[in-house]
Design a protein around this ligand. Structure first.
Ligand SMILES: Nc1nc2c(ncn2[C@@H]2O[C@H](COP(=O)(O)OP(=O)(O)OP(=O)(O)O)[C@@H](O)[C@H]2O)c(=O)[nH]1
Ligand SMILES: [Mg+2]
Length: 348
């Protein structure tokens, strides 16, 4: 998450080499014939030196390129570092350090084997040394196998994150699965997340914009969260928690009031309670969605239950039928401390 250049965009083009791929390239290079001018003496030894140099160059330049293209730890926002943890990179700096360390080990090996090859008594010994170099290089790389795989996976995860502008207002839409978060984000913003009657339809953080003339509000759709302890949340739910923690200037908490809702009102209230506790100090607006499905009596009942745990504004809307969606936006604009005149340019 950076001001201008989007780190996530750069990461989309970054390739992390795999151990298997490096190993195959090394073995292929080792078998490749080397041609020498007729005048060259000690041909067997010289050929081995050339092979060893070529192999070292391949591995060294791959690792160098990787380290240079990876973002530095200091360039990463705490949001991105936590996302890396979610993708099993507990300590990003340590992984980079390990790659650097292995690169140094490989350089040392290369120097050592160049000397051994030069000191060989005959071509057969030079070939034996070259083979040993290849074997040892591959076993050093094997120590990076899991790190490279985890890094690749983590970079893919990071690059899926949208490019959020730090300075512009950010509203994060949250709630249990199926309450209508994505339907709402589709209705008001440029984003068109998938909507379906199945929980966990949304698996990623999705960014949309509401253009209000001179200003645009960023609206962030999130995966649904279940009412269970934080340490029991799955990685998809945790992405939503991280978006709330790091991105939200304002949280819109959606509630499904329907008696036959996928998750009961009780469960939804439990989640609201946890979110209020977890993000104490952040502005939260509760919106009862799907009002087209329930009676006024039920709506009052749901509002009363919400009021037992939450003292702020409770709004009503139907994201599907686009009822009172503008009123919700108006509350958002107000809570963000923006002028309500901005809404004049809006055609919802
Ligand atoms: N009747 C009615 N149905 C709605 C409304 N909003 C959403 N739905 C329906 O509820 C279902 C779930 O909608 P989504 O927008 O995908 O819900 P979500 O909260 O994003 O769900 P997850 O991505 O699974 O967390 C879909 O079938 C929608 O058509 C509404 O205002 N009224
Ligand atoms: Mg969704």
């Amino acid at each position: 998450m950076v001001e201008k250049d989007c780190l996530e965009d750069t990461l989309r083009n970054l390739r992390v080499p795999r151990f298997q791929e490096l190993r195959e390239r090394i073995l292929r290079k080792f078998k490749e014939p080397v041609t020498l001018p007729k005048s060259v003496k000690k041909r067997g030894m010289v050929k081995c030196l050339i092979r060893v140099d070529k192999i070292f160059n391949i591995v060294n330049s791959e690792l160098e390129k990787l380290i240079n293209n990876l973002p530095r730890e200091s360039e990463l926002h705490s949001y991105q570092l936590e996302m890396l943890k979610l993708a099993n990179i507990e300590n990003y700096g340590d992984v980079i350090g390990k790659i650097r360390g292995m690169q140094a080990v490989l350089k040392k090996l290369w120097r050592e084997y160049r000397l051994k090859i030069k000191a060989s008594v005959d071509a057969a010994e030079a070939r034996k040394m070259a083979r040993e170099f290849v074997g040892r290089t591959i076993s050093v790389l094997r120590k990076l196998r899991r790190d490279l795989e985890l890094l690749d996976n983590a970079i893919r995860e990071l690059s899926k994150l949208p490019c959020v502008e730090v300075g512009a207002p950010k509203v994060v839409v949250a709630g249990m699965p199926q309450v209508g978060k994505s339907t709402f984000v589709r209705a008001i913003s440029s984003a068109k997340p998938q909507v379906s009657p199945f929980p966990f339809t949304t698996k990623e953080i999705i960014l949309g914009h509401v253009n209000l003339g001179v200003l645009r509000i960023q609206v962030i759709d999130t995966p649904g969260i279940l009412d269970r302890p934080l340490n029991k949340l799955n990685p998809i739910e945790r992405k939503a928690i991280l978006a709330l923690k790091h991105l939200a200037d304002l949280i819109l908490f959606l509630v499904d009031p329907y008696e036959g809702a996928y998750y009961s009102l009780e469960q939804q209230l439990n989640l609201l309670r946890s979110i209020l506790r977890l993000f104490e100090g952040k502005e939260v607006v509760v919106v009862i969605n799907k009002i087209d499905l329930v009676s006024e009596k039920r709506l009052r009942e749901v509002e009363d239950r919400i009021r037992e745990i939450y003292g702020g504004a409770i709004l009503r809307m139907s994201a599907l039928k686009k009822l009172f969606v503008r009123e919700v936006l108006s509350e958002v604009v107000k809570k963000l401390g923006l002028s309500e005149d901005l809404l004049k340019s809006l055609s919802i």
